[in-house]
Design a protein around this ligand. Structure first.
Ligand code: PMP
Length: 382
């Protein structure tokens, strides 16, 4: 009798599991994951209703801000670390350090992935980096090395400082593994967008994409997604690089020339872009940009005022609280929409949330009493 009861309870348990499994599948409820790093990717795509209604073109945002550490850089951090593991440069279960020079989200993503996989993160950044990013890095327990803003050719510049710190640890020869993530040149960056972000977008849109719009910091996102959509999925979409003021990509894509930004009297770094927008814009050609340049059809330049107005517009009209680079992409989307037939589809990248930009971009936005009608932002719709 006891055996009968235990067999019955096993069967009932199995039936219940099967029922819930089917229910989750039917309702698209994800199964539990083994660790935080497994939550990276498969981000949602949402229609920006206000812009779609105003332009007659469907404008969607790929919500990379839904990644566990809050940006598209989670994908990059994970792939850089996995690639280092494949090469034996890091060994799971053994002590290892990942070094990076970043003023942006990459450091936060590296710190998160390192913690999840049992490594340590060492992040060099300029000492004018936004307070939120610094606080996040410190809260994640990363070792933070704040350096004075300097030119990329200066050995103390933050990317060079990260590389040097990595070399120094390797030279100590105590057997602790040390890896320089090198997001600008490391091709694990664009490859992860080619392998994941691009296919996700193609799948979510069922291949119906007329234009894809992204900004360019390292170039990893636009290269990986554009290369996948055009080369692999053979979707004939118009790829647009939305560029902030002061960045050289606009000229590079439209006129074939990249220029060096003129250094202002000791206050600005060479190669630095003079904008309050963070994470995008550069005046040099990185390997990650170079790999995808041929797939970019056009660049649209967006100034700070347009970006601020658009960020406010999306917040008020759609409840979408985004960072500055997403706002820039949305301004470019409305301009591209003017040229497309009604019902066409545009996808933009929403790289991170506004909460990471409260002390800088959104502070500025709060202070400005702008008219946030779309007409004011983009100079009229259709
Ligand atoms: N937006 C934000 C907020 C970023 O931090 C970055 C990366 N620096 C980008 C966009 C651009 O991404 P990518 O480096 O892939 O060009």
């Amino acid at each position: 009798w006891n055996e009968c009861i235990s067999i019955a309870s096993v069967l009932i348990g199995a039936y219940a599991s099967y029922k819930y499994y089917k229910l989750c599948k039917a309702q698209d409820i994800p199964r539990p994951k083994d660790g935080v790093e497994q939550l990276i990717g498969n981000t949602p795509l949402v229609q920006i209703r206000s812009l779609s209604k105003a332009t007659g073109v469907n404008i969607y945002a790929k919500l990379e801000l839904c990644n566990p550490a809050g940006s598209a850089k989670d994908r990059v951090a994970l792939n850089i670390i996995k690639t280092a593991e494949e090469r034996g440069e890091l060994i799971r279960g053994e002590p290892g350090w990942v070094f990076e020079g970043t003023s942006g989200s990459t450091g936060i993503s590296i710190a998160m992935v390192c913690n999840a996989l049992g490594y340590r993160a060492h992040i060099s950044l300029p000492d004018d980096t936004s307070l939120e990013k610094l606080a996040l890095l410190e809260s994640l327990g990363a070792t933070v090395n704040k350096v004075k803003p300097a030119s990329i050719v200066d050995p103390n510049q933050y990317v060079n400082a990260a590389k040097k710190a990595c070399d120094d640890l390797s030279k100590e020869g105590n057997g602790v593994k040390a890896v320089f993530a090198d997001q600008f040149e490391n091709e694990a960056n664009w490859r992860v967008h080619y392998q994941t972000t691009g296919p996700e977008i193609a799948h979510q849109m069922e291949g119906k994409i007329d234009a894809f719009i992204a900004g360019c910091g390292t170039g990893g996102t636009i290269t990986g997604v554009a290369k996948y959509l055009k080369e692999s999925a053979k979707i004939p979409c118009h790829v647009v690089l939305a560029d902030p003021q002061g960045s050289g990509f606009y000229n590079r894509i439209n006129y074939g020339v990249m220029y060096d930004y003129v250094e202002k009297e000791g206050t600005r770094r060479r190669h630095q872009v003079d904008t309050i927008v963070e994470g995008i814009g550069l005046n040099r050609i990185t390997q990650n940009f170079h790999m995808g340049e041929e797939f970019i059809d056009e660049s649209i330049r967006v100034n700070d005022t347009q970006a601020i107005r658009m960020a406010k517009y999306l917040s008020v009209n759609d409840g979408l609280f985004v960072g500055s680079s997403t706002a820039i992409n949305a301004v470019a989307a409305v301009q591209i929409a003017k040229r497309l037939p009604p019902g066409a589809n545009i996808v933009i990248i929403a790289c991170d949330s506004g909460s990471r930009h409260l002390s800088k971009f959104w502070k500025e936005a709060k202070q400005m009493e702008y008219d946030i009608s779309l007409k004011e932002i983009t100079g009229g719709i259709r």
